[in-house]
Design a protein around this ligand. Structure first.
Ligand code: ADP
Length: 458
């Protein structure tokens, strides 16, 4: 019997993406399917066009779900998780065992078909607690109705973290399901889903667990804490981060709680989908290349410099960065270094969106040094690939990094990353000076512009 693993999370490639969670939810279920499991990933439907674009098949409507005094009817659609798999009837194919990994898209237009996944640019929707409570209740109803024989439920991040608590407390009418093993993966402990206590009643959360050893968090409710409490196993995305989050410096206020649950916590390093990220086949690149023949990489660099209007010498390094603009990623450290890099004739291309203050900082630097500094504000998958391929070095000076996929993509594209030795960056990048035979990049310790600059000089 092939086990059935059902993942639940708020974004998955190729349907919707804001960060690494989507990469993992697109890749992990497919990797598990290749190992013999049958997998489903349940995720919200954010854009109506997705149905047509991915030939999704309608599974049906779920029973009406009442949250916050409102009744919602969710439709469930099924698509192949592999964008390349042409599949006319994906659900039937999955049922017959011909399709290893499927996605279920939960369709509640009033809640999910909006401008952003979690909020307008730089913000959060006020009804996010309602949206993601409804989402996990819909996931439970969908599993109960369409795959009651599921072996394991695997929920990801705060948006899905209420699932195990609700399942254990409120779904006794599905006795088999209510006892299913649940794994929670924390992709970033900095995002916990903390909301005012008044939401507890509105969302119908169990009263008996609202205390400091439960999901209460300084008088508020905390979705991720509920997940840590009620899951059988908790994983995070690298061994180093699993150790770090047990300390006050990285625990985001949950280190004590995590230490009490440490026996069920482990760190499992993320992987990269090497088919979706491959410079030898990448259809978005202007020129393709492989590890045994790097000539094309130089031509991508030249094309990238032209596209961005940069003019730096042939022997000068071009640094690349593709990132959410948040304090975590050390964007300010990079901004601090840029004037001295420009003075040395170095160039840099940054693609990112997020914090308007960080964006303004980069905009000013690009305006002051138009031939050496390019800042492209926004989210652009094709340009990201040009930067991974065309840069000589990739910058990722994160203050903390649960795993990080960007540095893995950079290494896959032959672009050594310059990283801070923290979390998953420490577990994936081998410093070229510390280990010349196996080195894949450059790592530094202090979160300061001086330490970043010294690593870049090396
Ligand atoms: P995080 O999940 O914390 O944002 P990761 O390194 O794990 O960081 O994953 C980031 C993913 O999002 C990578 O696939 C990266 O290429 C992508 N990404 C981030 N910002 C952008 C952007 N502005 N445009 C295109 N892709 C982006």
């Amino acid at each position: 019997m092939r086990p059935i693993v059902v993942h639940v999370g708020s974004e998955a490639v190729p349907f919707a993406k804001t960060g690494g969670l989507a990469d993992v939810l697109g890749a992990l279920p497919r990797a598990q399917a290749e190992l013999g499991a049958r997998t489903i990933v349940i995720t919200p439907l954010y854009r109506k066009e997705t149905i047509k674009a991915f030939s999704a098949e309608r599974l049906g409507a779920l029973v009406p779900i009442v949250v916050d005094g409102q009744s919602f009817t969710a439709q469930v659609w099924c698509a192949a998780l592999d964008a390349g798999a042409s599949c006319a009837q994906p659900w039937r194919a999955w049922r017959r065992g011909e399709l290893g990994a499927a996605a279920w898209l939960v369709d509640v237009p009033a809640l999910f078909q909006r401008e952003g996944l979690y909020g307008p640019p730089g913000g959060a929707y006020a009804d996010n607690p309602l949206r993601f409570t409804l989402f996990v209740r819909a996931a439970i109803e969908a599993v109960a109705r369409f795959v009651p024989e599921t072996s394991v439920l695997h929920v990801h991040d705060w948006q899905a973290a209420l699932l195990p608590l609700l399942l254990r407390r409120q779904y006794a009418h599905y006795p088999r399901l209510a006892r299913l093993p649940v794994v929670l993966t924390i992709h970033n402990l900095a995002y916990q889903g903390v909301f005012e206590a008044s939401w507890r009643l509105r969302l119908g959360l169990p009263e008996e667990d609202f205390h400091p050893d439960g999901y209460e968090f300084y008088g508020q409710i905390n979705f991720l804490k509920a997940g840590i409490l009620a899951s059988d196993r908790v994983t995070t995305v690298s061994p180093t981060y699993a150790r770090e989050i047990l300390t006050p410096g990285f625990g985001c206020g949950l280190d004590g709680f995590l230490r009490r649950h440490a026996e069920k916590l482990s760190g499992i390093l993320n992987g990269l989908d090497t088919r979706l990220w491959d410079p030898a086949t990448d259809p978005q690149l202007p020129v393709r290349y492989r590890a045994t023949s790097l000539a094309g990489k130089g031509r991508v660099r030249a094309a990238l410099l032209r596209r961005l209007g940069l003019k730096i010498g042939r022997a000068s390094p071009l640094f690349g960065m593709v990132s959410r603009l948040v304090e975590q990623k050390g964007v300010d450290l990079v901004a601090d270094c840029i004037p001295r890099w420009v003075a040395r004739g170095w160039g840099i291309a940054v693609l990112g969106s997020g914090d308007p203050v960080l964006a303004r900082m980069l905009k000013r630097l690009a305006a002051a040094h138009p031939e050496a500094v390019a800042f492209i504000e926004g989210y652009d998958e094709a340009l990201a690939r040009w930067i991974y391929a065309g840069a000589d070095l990739f910058l990722m000076p994160s203050r903390f990094e649960p795993c990080g996929l960007a540095q893995m993509i950079a290494m896959r594209y032959g672009t050594p990353p310059v990283v801070r030795a923290t979390g998953g960056l420490k577990d994936t990048v081998v410093d070229a000076d510390a280990d010349p035979d196996r080195g894949t990049g450059f790592a530094f310790d202090e979160a300061t512009p001086q330490a970043l600059d010294a690593a870049c000089r090396r």
